[in-house]
Write a protein that binds this ligand. Structure first.
Ligand SMILES: [Zn+2]
Length: 306
């Protein structure tokens, strides 16, 4: 069955890049609504933006979606990951500005809010996207690939010159709440030199040493250090889950990312959907539904505990 949240849940904070205060409220939504943002500050144009792959405008720093009227919302990847990771398929997200609040730089606060609200089962059957053959995009040394697998597996590797990050790799079957146990609290990260560059260009105005892991060579500048020794690769996996959520339905397949980022994962989805032989719709059986990333993470209102 498709799921939505049982009641509205609000988040307040600042945008990572704009630095502007923002309030965002997730509302319950019916079957087949999907994840849709609605800009409450926009009154002269269509304020609704569907969180779907062909609405993404390429951006190196974050994932930005835009509707046909040019109304956009940016830095959606961490809330998208939280929704998938907590098992929410349908919600209307009202937001009073152009950028999702960064909160602590991870998905943890979003997941906690969704868990507190609980989930509600809807009548619509849940469909998933089964990957039928490998699809790959490359850019220099960066690779993003989808290949057939029984359920969603994310396999990511990074290689940074800064010794504080260096080479990291991690592979995780996303079934049975793995996102909540292993990935959701890993924060976005960057180098001090990137911070200086972004600030000089009017970006990262809401960034702090708390809501981003900032490194310089072999030093972690953020007070308290890392939440996990491999927090950066965990965050890249979180981002990948959020960006894959823009497929519009759960993916049954293995994602492999090497030095990949938001724009490449979106190019990968475009390549997948451009090839009708590469994927098919599959109605989830109850057993399959229980192997999806968000299964069993939240209590469900009106459902007997299993
Ligand atoms: Zn991120």
């Amino acid at each position: 069955m498709q799921m939505t949240i049982a009641k509205p849940v609000a988040f307040e904070g600042v945008g990572l890049h704009t630095g502007a205060p923002v309030r965002m409220v997730l509302h319950p939504a019916p079957s087949d609504h999907g994840i849709v943002f609605r800009r409450t500050d926009i009154t002269d144009r269509n304020p609704r933006i569907a969180a779907i792959w062909d609405r993404v405008t390429p951006s190196k720093l974050c994932t930005l979606i835009e509707n046909e009227d040019g109304v956009s919302v940016s830095t959606i990847e961490h809330i998208m990951a939280a929704l998938v990771g907590a098992g929410v398929h349908n919600t209307l997200i009202e937001i009073d500005g152009p950028e999702v609040p960064i909160l602590d730089g991870s998905s943890a606060e979003f997941v906690a809010g969704i868990q507190a609200a609980g989930l509600r089962a809807l009548s619509g059957a849940l469909r998933a996207i089964r990957v039928l053959k490998p699809v790959e995009v490359r850019e220099g040394e960066a690779v993003a690939r989808l290949e057939p697998a029984a359920s969603l597996v994310i396999d990511f590797s990074i290689d940074f010159a800064d010794a504080a990050i260096g080479k990291q790799e991690k592979r995780l079957n996303m079934a049975n709440g793995a996102f909540v146990r292993e990935l959701m609290d890993s924060r976005t990260f960057c180098r001090q030199a990137d911070v200086d560059f972004m600030r000089a260009n009017g970006l990262a105005l809401g960034g702090t040493y708390e809501n981003a892991v900032v490194v310089d060579g072999d030093k972690v500048l953020s007070p308290g250090g890392l939440r996990h020794a491999d927090e950066p690769v965990r965050h890249k996996m979180l981002d990948a889950l959020g960006d894959l959520a823009l497929a519009g339905a759960p993916i049954l397949g293995r994602y492999v990312g090497a030095r990949a980022g938001h724009a490449m994962t979106n190019r990968l989805l475009r390549a997948l959907f451009a090839d009708p032989e590469a994927w098919e719709w599959e109605t989830c059986s109850p057993a399959q539904a229980y192997s999806l990333p968000g299964a069993g993470v939240c209590r469900a209102a009106g459902l007997a505990a299993r």
